[in-house]
Design a protein around this ligand. Sequence first.
Ligand SMILES: [Zn+2]
Length: 168
Amino acid sequence: MSERIAFDADNYARRVRRGPCFICALASGDAEYRLANVMIYEDQDVLVFLNRYPTLLGYTLVCPRRHVERVVGDFAEDEYFQLQRWVYRVGRAIEQVIETERLYVLSLGSQQGNRHVHWHLAPLPPGVAYEDQQLAAVSMNRGILRLEPHEARNLADQIRERLLDEPS
Ligand SMILES: [Zn+2]
């Protein structure tokens, strides 16, 4: 399950810079994007799905459904904290499914590519060498994990089960 494959950075950059907003495409139910991404949870406010290009097993994205770009500036305080409640819940769920030494939570994106704001939840497993942790652990330059579709679906099912088990 943890075999690494090379990541085609040029192709990826072309797609995110020229293609539609991938989160809005997912939100609207675009068949191609739905096929390429494994959903964990969604409602009228939030989308949660496995990172299509995982560098760590269990790497999950949490996004507002509506297209907003500024990580704090486009949210009312209440709305921001509602979304962060999902970051918290999803993080807890991931930690119950994947052995996690440290859960990384970050928001990246680019005005030239991935504009729709989203949070990365990336569980670092135990036993990773210090120099391979932190930014090195999430960098796609070192390749991505190859997950078979059934493995990804199974992982998403497990995270969803824990997520919806959590008392809210
Ligand atoms: Zn969008």
